[in-house]
Design a protein around this ligand. Structure first.
Ligand SMILES: NC(=O)c1ccc[n+]([C@@H]2O[C@H](COP(=O)([O-])OP(=O)(O)OC[C@H]3O[C@@H](n4cnc5c(N)ncnc54)[C@H](O)[C@@H]3O)[C@@H](O)[C@H]2O)c1
Ligand SMILES: O=C(O)[C@H]1O[C@@H](O)[C@H](O)[C@@H](O)[C@@H]1O
Length: 278
């Protein structure tokens, strides 16, 4: 599958241009599942300096893959990183739920603002934010589902609240600057679900790749801003993905149910029950 974008030449002739996609947090768990789906793009992979060897390994021999390491909290580094980029797929952050505000403030709040600000200043077309079902986890914990992505955020933990904030600041950037922002609320990104409790919110690597490519490719005139649940076609799903189908053409193909007979019988969901904040 080729995914070219069309751009006008100076003489008016249409030309195929390969998009440059910046993947942050590329050495992380989601990044490694996602990368094989992005082979049609010119890629810029980034992560912290201590992950440089993993990044170089991931980049392999591919000529169109560039590696840059640094801390996204460093504004000057991030400003340089987003130059000449078409789409930022922003995965970097602290994915641990529950975590304390002190552990989340910089990676999940300040870095998001830095990335959005640098991206809009550099003329980036779209930023895709890795959000989470934890932004809506309290609905599921109260058995209110399927969760409609248009409902107000109802985080089950501070981690989920940082994701809801990221969605809100993303929407602010779209409104004020025209930067397109697409927020994908991933469920559990795993090769296979680990327990019965994670069957409803599993997203298979294949569906993750399809969803992110669809989010990169969606026309900005149609989708300036959007929030979508990133979940496979699970028999037990508690997350409405119909707007992802309507807006992005997302057609998940995997169902966690096929693993039922071979996983841990624990029915605890990955979401956070009420209790102390962290
Ligand atoms: N793993 C899941 O199932 C899941 C589900 C929902 C949402 N998410 C979200 O997806 C994203 C990726 O999650 P993951 O599981 O791959 O996490 P991960 O911890 O495996 O990877 C995150 C990466 O971000 C990098 N990073 C963190 N702070 C950084 C900074 N200041 N500058 C540069 N790099 C930095 C880390 O070094 C790491 O490699 C996160 O935003 C997470 O909240 C993950
Ligand atoms: O980061 C997250 O949001 C994810 O964390 C994982 O541990 C959970 O299994 C998954 O359900 C979450 O969606």
């Amino acid at each position: 599958m080729r995914l070219p974008s069309m751009a006008g030449d100076q003489d008016g002739t249409a030309q195929m241009v390969q998009r440059t996609v910046l993947l942050t947090g590329a050495a992380g768990s989601v990044g490694q599942f996602l990368l094989p789906g992005l082979s049609e793009y010119a890629l810029r992979l980034t992560d912290l300096p201590e992950r440089e060897s993993e990044l170089s390994h991931l980049a392999g021999e591919a000529l169109s893959t560039e590696v840059r390491t640094g801390d996204l909290a460093d504004r000057a580094f991030t400003e340089g990183l987003v130059k000449d980029v078409d789409t930022v797929v922003h995965l970097a952050g602290n994915p641990a739920a529950p975590s304390s505000w002190a552990q989340l403030r910089v990676p999940n709040i300040e870095v998001v603002e830095t990335v959005l600000d640098a991206a809009q200043a550099a003329g980036v077309r779209r930023v895709i934010l890795a959000s989470s079902v934890h932004a809506m986890g309290a609905y599921v914990q109260r058995e209110q589902h399927p969760v409609d992505p248009a409902w107000p955020p109802s985080p089950c933990c501070v981690y989920g609240a940082t994701k809801a904030f990221a969605e809100a600041i993303g929407r602010t950037y779209t409104y004020r600057t025209g930067l397109s922002v697409v927020c994908l609320r991933f469920g559990g990104v795993q090769k296979r679900p680990v327990a019965v409790g994670s069957l409803p919110s599993w997203i298979a690597p294949e569906d993750l790749r399809q969803l992110v490519v669809a989010a990169i490719e969606a026309d900005t005139a149609r989708v300036a801003f959007g929030v979508y649940h990133g979940i496979s076609a699970n028999t037990r799903r508690e997350w409405d993905t119909s707007n992802a189908q309507a807006d992005l053409g997302y057609e998940p193909t995997r169902d966690s149910e096929i693993f039922l007979g071979e996983i841990d019988p624990d029915t605890t969901r990955g979401l956070c029950p009420p209790g102390p904040l962290a």
